[in-house]
Design a protein around this ligand. Structure first.
Ligand code: MG
Ligand code: MG
Length: 253
């Protein structure tokens, strides 16, 4: 079932999304060599809870232990925060964070270059962010879910990278994961038609090498099968008559 949101519900999600956007911006600043993903997790939880009524949505979601997913280099998503995972110069770090606020959820991800990274990694981050922007631009009334995937795929594959297919975007609202699924590949005019009130997480995961994935023995961390690096950018977006509204925007420094 698709749960369309009223303008009032979208405003509540935008409030939560502002808190999440600020959290993402804060963590982007704090992510540097010498900092562990455990430290970042603690910072995220403290920062989110400093806003009255806001909770870190990932904590306990399906049993996940952290407030953020922190995935380094060949890790695509769902990395578990750990004191043993200390960031090093040249790493790329994907942070995926969710916020619960007044009964609604928002979801966002970003990938940060730690210190000086190689040229391919720089390009990977730029292309994945551009793929997200293209996906958001396609999220207009009258288009279909397939138009979003097609737009994401064109940017990622146009740059010679691969789109991860085993994981997809999703509807979001009173539940963290709602229908419909939002794949990062596809064909225009396919799948569900986009209508005002639909709120979705668009989240391209792009790999330098293969699109194939593997799950680590911790049963959470998803990595590229060939060990190549991956990036992940995500926003929660409301489909409105005035165009796509990004609910989790933040200022990039
Ligand atoms: Mg996410
Ligand atoms: Mg998501």
């Amino acid at each position: 079932m698709i749960a369309l949101k009223s303008p009032r519900e979208i405003e509540i999600m935008a409030e939560g999304g502002r808190i999440l956007g600020a959290t993402v911006a804060h963590l982007r600043e704090q992510a540097k060599a010498g900092v562990s993903t455990w430290d970042l997790d603690a910072m995220a939880e403290t920062f989110i809870r400093s806003h009255e009524g806001a909770t870190p949505a990932f904590k306990g979601l399906y049993g996940f232990p952290g407030s953020v997913c922190a995935s380094i280099n060949q890790e695509i998503v769902h990395g578990i925060p750990s004191r043993k995972r200390v960031l090093r110069d040249g790493d790329v770090l994907s942070l995926d964070i969710g916020v619960g606020y007044k009964g609604y959820f928002t979801d966002s991800a970003t990938t940060v270059a730690i210190g000086e990274v190689d040229a391919t990694s720089k390009q990977l981050l730029a292309v994945t962010e551009r793929a997200l922007e293209a996906g958001i631009a396609a999220a207009v009334v009258g288009n279909h879910i397939g138009d979003i995937g097609a737009a994401v795929q064109a940017v990622a594959e146009g740059a010679g990278f691969s789109v991860v297919r085993d994981l997809v975007g999703h509807g979001i609202g009173t539940e963290f994961h709602e229908e419909p699924q939002v794949p990062n590949y596809g064909k225009p005019k396919r799948l569900m038609k986009l209508t005002p009130g639909l709120t979705i997480a668009i989240e391209p995961m792009v790999s330098v090498g293969t699109a194939k994935t593997r799950t680590m023995p911790d049963r959470w961390t998803v990595v590229t099968a060939d060990g190549s690096r991956a990036a992940h950018f995500e926003h929660t977006v409301a489909i409105t008559d005035a165009g796509p509204r990004v609910l989790t925007a933040y200022a990039v420094n």
